[in-house]
Ligand binder design. Structure first.
Ligand SMILES: Cc1ncc(COP(=O)(O)O)c(C=O)c1O
Length: 507
């Protein structure tokens, strides 16, 4: 263990020694974060080290490798483990999830399929979430790398179904076969202005093309305008195009808006169009909190759902989930089984249930389900409810502090997202105001005292806080707003007298 030897077998004692060292590193990292800046860029000297270091020819002792992790990697995290991180949709990992990953790596199965425990754990996780989502007994699904992969997978199945109905065998012909050439019938999908970019990527990858993503306008609440959606589908049907899917959101990334899934479901049913709901972010709140019962009931009408345990269920990255209302079309869309792998349902044998690899594009698949399974067993629905309610309360607190500050303007508030901007009385407007907010955002992010992201809301640049962080206290929420006010004061914009001290105190 002390030399860079190529020995593969470790004794129990060696495993324990290194295991304890690793656990110590985990403990130091998780407990030490609060005392460190939320974020700091990796110093250029360290970056240059990564860029120039040669491929190791001789191995180094384990102690040295762990020491390098401690010196060159651990000090510059992404930031999302910190109680004051409110950027994008990246939570701190639940500690049990961290340890679950170690167990997964020790077992190291491929969950392509088979009759080993990981397969059954994943099937159970899928069944639990399908039940929580109100999907019928025909439902199936699989864990994937995240929301992007979940939407790509759901949309692939939607495209397959729509193509078959249109007499276009897309698995054999690809998207080349539109009778009459490129100007003929087009596959089209529908998304709101606030829909996630991963849907557009998926449309491009599937040959639908981003030019055939109809972007439907939003209402005042940043939700898809359903009459406009209906008009768009009707126009495409009249023109002979093939509507593939509506991509609705249960929690947009920008503002946390939840589309009117019931009304959208009606439109999809009217035209026989696939409904994919991107609940990658908002899904856990919708599935678990009583106040979202109506949304949940409508979600149960979806043909496919994306829901990310690595977002608001605090599982370590990666863990996305795609659910299908009916597993059969998904198998039709993906199953490509060479004879040496083919196993039909073989419950008592080596094959086990029909393989997961027949329902998606990954063959070798990691055991993503264990951390999700362990966390749901440990926290239960009730425990999760409490954590999510906590996040919503922290978001409320941020929104209230923003509303109370004369130089801040609340721009949007949905689920645990708060969008706002600095708008000092008598200060600049238009592009200049956007620039001011960009500078403040950068100052806050680099200041290390709190972290939030930027976005555009209704055409203006906004600061965006997304609370998926049970580590955040009320004081942390106050500190975020104080940091923004301090950033504005330091920028020298008018209307800021006397706020910097307050910001300092809250830190
Ligand atoms: C609403 C929504 N959909 C999809 C995604 C993409 O998920 P992933 O980054 O896990 O691929 C995100 C990511 O933040 C999201 O918030």
């Amino acid at each position: 263990m002390n030399g860079g030897e190529s020995r593969f077998e470790w004794t129990a004692e060696e495993l324990r020694t290194v295991g304890h060292q690793v656990v110590d590193l985990v403990v130091e990292h998780l407990t030490g974060l609060r005392d460190e800046p939320v974020f700091r860029p990796v110093p250029q000297t360290v970056v240059r080290g990564f860029e120039t270091e040669a491929v190791p020819q001789d191995g180094a002792p384990v102690d040295a490798v762990l020491g390098e992790f401690a010196a060159r990697v651990e000090p510059w995290p992404f930031g999302n483990g910190h109680p004051r991180f409110y950027g994008w949709v990246n939570p701190p990992p639940h500690p049990l999830g961290v340890f679950a990953e170690l167990l997964v790596a020790a077992m190291n199965p491929s969950v392509a399929g088979g009759n080993h425990a990981a397969v059954h754990v994943e099937r159970q996780v899928v069944r639990w979430f399908a039940e929580l989502a109100g999907l019928p007994g025909t439902a199936h699904g699989l864990l994937v790398s995240g929301g992007s992969a979940a939407t790509l997978t759901g949309l692939a199945v939607a495209r397959h179904r729509a193509a078959l109905r249109a007499g276009r065998p897309v698995r054999e012909d690809g998207v080349q076969a539109g009778a009459g050439g490129p100007a003929a019938a087009r596959f089209v999908v529908y998304q709101g202005t606030e829909g996630h970019g991963s849907a557009r990527k998926a449309a491009e990858l599937l040959g639908i093309g981003s030019g055939n993503v109809r972007v439907v306008g939003s209402d005042d609440g940043h939700r898809i305008r359903v009459p406009a959606l209906r008009d768009a589908i009707a126009a495409d049907v009249r023109a002979g195009h093939v509507p593939v899917a509506v991509l609705a959101s249960a929690g947009t990334v920008n503002t946390g808006a939840v589309d009117d899934l019931a009304a959208i479901g009606d439109v999809c049913a009217e035209f026989g169009v696939w409904l994919h709901v991107d609940a990658a972010y908002g899904g856990p709140a919708v599935l678990l909190l009583p106040r979202f019962a109506a949304v949940r009931a409508a979600l149960g009408r979806a043909d496919s759902v994306a829901l990310d345990p690595h977002k608001w269920l605090y599982a370590p990255v990666d863990a996305g989930l795609v659910l299908f209302r009916d597993g059969a079309p998904a198998r039709d869309a993906f199953s490509l089984v060479p004879p040496y792998l083919r196993t039909d349902d073989d419950p008592a044998g080596v094959g086990g249930p029909v393989w997961f690899s027949e329902y998606g594009f990954e063959q070798t698949r990691p055991f993503r389900a264990l951390k999700v399974w362990m966390l749901l067993k440990h926290l239960g629905v009730r425990g999760y409810r409490e954590l999510i309610e906590h996040d919503l309360a922290v978001a409320d607190r941020i929104a209230a502090a923003v509303a109370a500050a004369p130089e801040l303007q609340l721009l949007a508030r949905g689920l645990s997202v708060v969008c706002f901007r600095c708008r000092p009385p008598g200060g600049p407007d238009g592009e200049e105001l956007d620039e001011l907010n960009r500078r403040v955002l950068r100052a806050v992010q680099l200041g290390g005292g709190a972290f939030l992201a930027g976005t555009t809301v209704d055409g203006v640049f906004a600061l965006r806080a997304c609370v998926v962080n049970p580590r955040a206290t009320a004081g942390d929420a106050d500190a975020l707003v104080a940091q923004v006010r301090a950033g504005l004061a330091a920028d020298g914009a008018p209307g800021r007298a006397g706020q910097a001290d307050q910001a300092g105190e809250a830190r």
